[in-house]
Ligand binder design. Structure first.
Ligand code: SF4
Length: 282
């Protein structure tokens, strides 16, 4: 992969009101300005510009009642490829749209799959004095890149995300390759420990965000992850309700509130879903 080309999802840099040449565009939010709020985690509510990269090494499929929820960014995650875009073009989009925003969120897919070009981009973004959040599923690590990140936002996946034949059929995803990939890669404590250690060493911030459906998820969070990461503070652990629509999320919300309260973790809403629904580019 060339070190100066990034593969973006179809929403790419969003929400924007200017293209890379500075020509006006309508923003997906319906607002007259670029940017949206971060909807999750410690920086929930902070106005931010997002950069979504294509491709993920996992294949999450969730079930809530009879409804199967594939990854909420399946278009960006379940397919390789994406739109090739030079680092210079991404920077031009940022420069034309950053306005008074100070926060840039790099998300996916799994951004660390594109670490070489992302390193070039992040160096340039830091030179502009911007705060960087990197959203990662916690299965990969890149030292030079992670040292530039102000908030390492790690979203390890629970077994509730594992593909099953029924979930794969409902989502229209081939079961066997998805299940094999997920089983081989989903839990990588060494990668998470290195991400947390990097944040500590650089005096940057870190969070572990878990999507939860029932109270029973707390035991898996503890046994699979938290008990094996002694350097982590409970205040760095956030739980968010499962769901890509407000009704499903609200159904899981009390389970998340209960485990946050019992373990000293934090509850995180998914504010963007409440405000905009499960839409792209907002
Ligand atoms: S790790 Fe994240 S981006 Fe990748 S499939 Fe799972 S939910 Fe989607």
């Amino acid at each position: 992969m060339p070190a100066d080309v990034l593969y973006l999802s179809r929403e790419g840099v969003f929400p924007i009101v200017r293209d890379a040449d500075g020509r006006p565009l309508p923003a997906a939010t319906g607002l007259p300005c670029s940017g949206t709020i971060q909807g999750e985690g410690k920086l929930c509510g902070v106005p931010s510009l997002f950069i979504r990269l294509q491709g993920c090494n996992l294949r999450c499929l969730w079930q809530s009642g009879s409804a199967v929820s594939p990854c909420d960014t399946a278009h960006a995650s379940f397919h390789a490829g994406g739109r090739p875009c030079s680092v210079a073009e991404v920077l031009s989009l940022v420069d034309h749209n950053i306005g008074r925003l100070r926060h840039v969120v790099i998300t996916g897919g799994e951004p660390l799959l594109q670490a070489p070009a992302l390193l070039t981009l992040c160096r340039a973004l830091k030179q502009r004095g911007l705060h960087l959040t990197l959203e990662t599923n916690g299965t990969l690590y890149d030292d030079a890149l992670c040292r530039l990140i102000d908030l390492l936002s790690i979203s390890p996946k629970l077994s509730s995300s594992d593909p099953t034949p029924a979930k794969a059929a409902a989502a229209g995803v081939p079961f066997a390759p998805a299940a094999a990939r997920h089983a081989a890669l989903r839990v990588n404590i060494d990668a998470i420990a290195r991400l947390v250690g990097c944040a500590r060493e650089c005096s940057h911030d870190v969070q572990l965000k878990f999507v939860v459906a029932t109270a029973a998820d707390a035991d898996e969070i503890r046994h699979t992850y938290i008990d094996r990461l002694p350097q982590l503070s409970p205040a760095d652990v956030l739980v968010m309700p499962l769901g890509t629509d407000p009704a499903t999320m609200h159904g899981a919300a009390m389970a998340a509130v209960g485990m946050a309260t019992a373990h000293g973790w934090r509850y995180s809403p998914r504010l963007h879903v409440d405000l905009f629904g499960n839409r792209e580019g907002v």
